[in-house]
Design a protein around this ligand. Structure first.
Ligand SMILES: C[S@@+](CC[C@H](N)C(=O)[O-])C[C@H]1O[C@@H](n2cnc3c(N)ncnc32)[C@H](O)[C@@H]1O
Length: 282
């Protein structure tokens, strides 16, 4: 992506060039993609120039949006401003053999988490019943169904009606209707139907997944099950709070926990990381 700085050399001064981010997200495919970029306030007046430079480098990118806020609200969306290209909002993103259609302004999606999704999917064994809480447009659920075709069932629960609409469509497009069950609603209520039924629960909501740990423990089969628990943590105590929350719930439900894997997924803010604790509950 340093090509962006290279191409902007004649249009911005040296100080400005040094502020141009070295990376940005591209969502979509060769047939049409959207770029999402974060730029510091000092470069706001130059946003159009930067957006047009991105269009020049990536011929498949039809629209460039500026990330104007952090993620907010239950749906984890962010404010976006179109800074170059056409009013394109809906694209199909390809990731490790799955297609994900979405409107980038209405749903959560991060292309940076593809490796993490693959990591989780590769742990799923034949015949498992898996619940993906906070399913979004379906990247975890679909990846699991594609990578482990012998999975028994994947229950995908999502509260944002727009994300749910794409989840349903993506299940069909990827031909996994037999395996993935989309559920619209709040995990707090909807998960109850599967209490005692699942071998594995995925909880990809770093902001607040701990508030749903009681549901997750109840959803897992009594004998044993696996939990993939996401949270944000400071660099110096990456897994402390997550482990504490898990242990607290385990005591409450008279269960045991064993850590299978601890993973620093992605940086979230300076010295803060999104982390995942993979644990066995028995
Ligand atoms: C961080 S996003 C992750 C989405 C998806 N798993 C992915 O990786 O792209 C969290 C998702 O959880 C949904 N969500 C938040 N609270 C929820 C709740 N109580 N019940 C169901 N879904 C919820 C949001 O709408 C959002 O789509």
């Amino acid at each position: 992506m340093h090509r962006l700085r290279e191409i902007l050399k004649d249009k911005l001064n040296k100080d400005e060039i040094s502020l141009v981010p070295s990376s940005f997200d591209i969502i979509g495919s060769r047939n049409g993609a959207i770029a999402l970029i974060e730029i510091p306030d000092e470069l706001y007046e130059k946003r159009e120039i930067i957006g047009n430079a991105i269009l020049k480098i990536h011929k498949n990118v039809k629209a460039v949006y500026l990330k104007k806020s952090s993620r907010y609200g239950i749906y984890r969306l962010r404010k976006l401003e179109l800074i170059a290209g056409e009013q394109l909002r809906e694209v199909v993103h390809k990731e490790h053999g799955i297609s994900l259609k979405m409107d980038v302004t209405k749903v959560y999606f991060s292309p940076r988490e593809a490796t993490e999704r693959l990591r989780i999917a590769s742990q799923v064994k034949k015949g498992e019943c898996v619940m993906v809480m906070f399913a979004g447009i379906g990247p975890y659920a679909l990846m699991i169904a594609k990578k482990q075709p012998s999975v028994k069932r994947v229950i995908a629960i999502e509260i944002n009606p727009d994300a749910y609409k794409y989840l349903v469509e993506n299940i069909k497009t990827n031909k996994v209707e037999e395996k993935v069950l989309p559920v619209l609603g709040d995990v707090k209520d909807k998960s109850k139907k599967w209490y005692g039924c699942c071998d594995r629960v995925v909880m990809p909501l770093p902001k607040g997944a701990y508030l749903f740990l009681d549901n997750a423990f109840n959803v897992l089969k009594k004998k044993e099950g696996y939990l993939h628990f996401y949270t944000w943590s400071k660099e110096e105590e990456l897994y402390v709070k997550g482990y504490f929350d898990l242990e607290k719930t385990a005591i409450l439900y008279n269960r045991n926990i064993k850590i299978i894997n601890l993973r620093k997924v992605l940086p979230y803010a300076p010295r803060i990381y999104k982390v995942c604790l993979d644990v066995k509950i028995f």
